[in-house]
Design a protein around this ligand. Structure first.
Ligand code: B12
Ligand code: SF4
Length: 471
């Protein structure tokens, strides 16, 4: 089993210390030992290898708050056998099992030749994990689901697997309070972000990221070793959440509902930790790095520059402040993934993103003038897309031959989003994979099927080497 190692730094506030003392005493009194929590990563790494960053933060919370004994297990780690999971559960005898379901599927794949959706679902992975847990005879009321993939289809997943509880949003406080409620046999009401199958994606008490942001993860050694050996980007978050609500995106629902920056000392501490782990490149794991303006980004970029680490980040297309641009230029930027989606104002307003195409283009101009390596991401087929809006976006691609563009066709419909609501009213624009159950992959695509859009764009962009289809 994997024992997470690392150093969690307790916040020095009296209130926090008092709470932690109380929680730990309660656990000892009820159990006569520390609570045991098993955290399982149900992520088959569909595209690139990633570490279970969310679970590492939960592990830090459980140790800091409850002095818990925590194991992080990944039955899909290369060289691991998934059926060993049952034996590991029987041996460790956890009081609670927390499962991270990071990806529901790989989001977008419409195949031109077969005229089908070929996206790969991660639901079978979750099914395997739950089957192993059941084989160990573990009570379903002590299982808690969470993560981005869970938030995207919470009610459907709970119903499909007959599970009572999941958490939407940041999980540090939630897992701590869940363990406490299980051990003390008290109500689950205090668990922030808790949802049941009836809640349809709306927690009764939303979670926020205060606890999560204040922790330094307890890292899973095997995962971090693979990141180092394969020279993959190590995750590092400077903020959490997104205050915007783009209609197709689960970000503002799966993370905190309001973007919050982390305190600079926590970022410094975590950066030092990943340097010791041998990181040479970092993915700034924020939904969008610049979604709220704060000097914490500049602080992080300065630290990265001093440490000589490369970095990548998703960035919203808003004009970067001169200080932020300078900090980016002075550091080893390996990629800014600019969220653009469309060059048509009519589509932009339909997806509920503030701003205009002119303001997004101004942002692109700033990054391009600063000679930063920008990749613009586009999503064709959103509500309001027409032949004319497709032509507008094609014109944008052609007018920036020096900038790389990636595009997808058809927007993944997640059941907990406004796009799902819109799709229910416009079933003529919905395309499903061959699975008929509610957890199958469905895409929204206007004005025609996603594979037709993809074929049209392939033809139109034949002589445009700066544009590439994402999948
Ligand atoms: C950075 C990032 C990447 C990087 C990762 C780099 C790295 N080395 O880690 C890259 C670019 C590689 C990437 C790839 C992909 N990604 Co990505 N990624 C992100 C992003 C922006 C941040 C991920 C992260 O580290 N977050 C910070 C951690 C701490 O948050 P977390 O893991 O969600 O955990 C917190 C909570 O969810 C909760 N929680 C988590 N688990 C549990 C468990 C329990 C029991 C509880 C109570 C709570 C809980 O508490 C945690 C701590 O606060 C997220 C969006 C986001 N803001 O999270 C998308 C996101 C996770 N990615 C997504 C997708 C689709 C993908 C890809 C499939 C894209 C593709 N087609 O290639 C691949 C899949 C990679 C794989 N595993 O194979 C989707 C997943 C949802 C879905 N559609 O199923 C997200 C949510 C984006 C979105 N808005 O749609 N990604
Ligand atoms: S700005 Fe980006 S992260 Fe935020 S809701 Fe929109 S697409 Fe999602």
């Amino acid at each position: 089993m994997t024992r997470p190692v690392g150093v969690a730094t307790p916040t020095q506030h009296d209130e926090v210390l008092e709470r932690r003392q109380q929680f730990r005493a309660e656990m000892r009194a009820a159990l006569g030992r520390a609570p045991r929590v098993l955290l399982i990563s149900a992520n088959p790494n569909v595209t690139t290898f990633v570490s279970p960053y969310g679970l590492e933060i939960l592990a830090a919370a459980l140790v800091a708050e409850l002095d818990a004994e925590v194991h992080i297990l990944d039955p899909f780690l290369p060289g691991t056998i998934d059926f060993a999971l049952t034996a590991q559960i029987l041996r460790f005898k956890p009081d609670v099992i927390g499962i991270n379901f990071r990806n529901l599927d790989i989001a977008y794949v419409a195949d031109i030749d077969s005229k089908k959706i070929l996206s790969r679902s991660c639901v079978p992975t979750l099914r395997t994990v739950l089957a192993r847990i059941r084989q160990a005879g573990f009570a379903r009321t002590r299982i808690l689901l969470g993560g981005g993939g869970f938030a995207a289809a919470s009610a459907d997943l709970l119903r499909a697997f007959d599970l009572p509880y999941g958490v939407i949003g940041p999980g540090a406080e939630a897992i701590t309070r869940f363990v406490r409620a299980v051990v003390l046999q008290t109500s689950m009401e205090e668990v922030p972000g808790l949802v049941t199958a009836e809640d349809e994606g709306r927690p009764r008490r939303p979670a926020d990221a205060t606890w999560d942001n204040d922790l330094v993860p307890l890292c899973s050694v095997p995962h971090r070793t693979i990141l180092r050996e394969r020279n993959v980007f190590f995750p590092l978050r400077t903020s959490s959440g997104c205050g915007l609500r783009c209609s197709y995106c689960i970000e503002g629902r799966s993370q905190a509902r309001k973007a919050r920056a982390r305190a600079a000392p926590r970022i410094t501490e975590e950066l030092e930790l990943i340097q010791r782990q041998g990181a040479s490149r970092v993915m700034l794991a924020d939904g969008e790095l610049n979604v709220l303006y704060s000097d914490v980004y500049e602080h992080a970029l300065r630290l990265l520059a001093e440490a000589g680490l490369g970095w990548r980040a998703y960035c919203l297309s808003i004009k970067p402040a001169p200080e932020l641009l300078r900090a980016m230029q002075r550091s080893r930027c390996e990629g800014i993934l600019l969220t653009f989606d469309t060059a048509a104002d009519s589509v932009l307003s339909q997806i509920g993103r503030p701003g205009t195409v002119a303001s997004m283009v101004a942002a692109l101009d700033s990054y391009a003038a600063a000679k930063l390596p920008v990749t613009v991401s586009l999503l064709f087929g959103l509500p309001g897309e027409t032949d004319a809006t497709v032509a507008q976006t094609l014109a944008l691609i052609r007018s920036y031959p020096g900038v790389k563009f990636t595009y997808s066709c058809g927007a993944r419909i997640y059941s907990n989003t406004p796009l799902a609501e819109h799709a229910r009213r416009h079933p003529e624009h919905v395309y499903r994979d061959e699975q008929s159950d509610p957890l199958g992959v469905s895409l929204y695509s206007e004005p025609g099927p996603p594979w037709e859009l993809a074929a049209l764009l392939r033809g139109a962009l034949r002589d445009t080497p700066n544009a590439e289809r994402f999948w």
